[in-house]
Design a protein around this ligand. Sequence first.
Ligand code: ASP
Ligand code: MG
Length: 464
Amino acid sequence: MIVMKFGGSSLANAERIRNVAEIVKARVKYKPVLVLSAMGNTTDYLLDAAGGALRKGFVTIEKIEELYLSTIAELKLGSPLQREVKNLIWELGSLLTGVSLTRELTGRTRDCLLSFGERITIRIVAAYLHTVKLNARAIDAWDAGFLSDSAFSQAELRRESWIRISSFFPTLIAEGVLPVITGFIAKDENGNITTLGRGGSDLSATIIAAACKAEEVQIWKDVDGILTADPNLVKDARPVETVTYEEAAELAYFGAQVLHPRAMQPCMKTKTPVLVKNSYNPVAPGTRIEAGPVKNAPRIRAITSKKKVTLVDIVSTRMLGQPGFLARVFSEFSKNGVSIDMVATSEVSVSLTLDGEEDLTPVIRELSQYAGVEVKTDKAIVTIIGNVRHSSEILHEAFGLCKKAGVQVQMVSHGASKVNTSFIVNDAEAPGLVKDLHRFFFDEAAGKESPGKKKPDPKKREPR
Ligand code: ASP
Ligand code: MG
């Protein structure tokens, strides 16, 4: 058994759904379970519609209605399905009318509203798969055992879900059914619909795969996998063949478009491989995320950058040599709900980075009582994801490139995670540095001589 998850852009219209059907047909022998997100940008439309009903007392669902009904017409799906979908859209409209009249939108209502996207999408896709002779069955997540707590918009599955899910899908597959299930949603014990957080259908897919001990989860997106750099910055960024779960998690935290680290957790536990594939280019091999260590792994996997970072330098004035300085500094941040990303410390000083959006005023007020505080905005974190076993070379070469480009490195974090080396530089310098690093590390790894560099000793290079 494999789990195949298709995101909104892979299901954006009738043509994309036909394309998905072809992809699935070619993989029927692997006994797939399909997990679907809502078509196109439905979830965003629904959020807008909910906001409109709440604030302006105005109900609009034309866009959604048009998207779904025209897709059904284009795919020539019969009237029973059309009636079913019309009923769901009518229910959605009534719920929005309720919001517009009461001018109240609870978490419970919001999650219920959002669920319509996935619920309608699976019905359309399953009906279409039938027309191409696949024995598909549309399943709402709760009927497959997705039982969650009542934390609306960020629900967690209850333990018993795992057992139910683990028997539900193998049974269906043994009966020759192709299950097509809603991602993103569940129900709580009182029967209320809940959602697992934005992007949550990746998590639904990895939960099914882990619970059922599937051979693999495939996450179908609109890019050729995880790329070696942001393609907007580096034109010849290329897909990475394999990464470990840890590397993928670091990549996600430091700005790459990967699946959310939370979605990887179920598969990390069971060591189920996650394959990131492109539904617009299914022949591309994609990126395989798996348990390490990967044999013959290259030194560097990818280079990312995260902009609009704030750097805070804190130097103790009164607590010189006293225990508890660091603990006190960190507690000021946590008390004020400010999340810290990177840290470097010495005996009496700490440098740390945060997201530029955080409000630091209360933290600075507290810290200033016993420390000198300097806040520097418009910084960027440039991260090299690679094998720390090669750290001396990586640091040497990366610093050399910084020096050549006249970029001042303002802080370094290295070694805490075994896969990540990060530098703080000025925001404006980050794009150029990412390009330089990419050109150097990836052209070199490909065996080309990078401009201005001595050819590295081939014996020292890792095979790729
Ligand atoms: N449709 C939901 C969202 O857009 C869930 C998902 O796509 O994973 O967040
Ligand atoms: Mg989506």
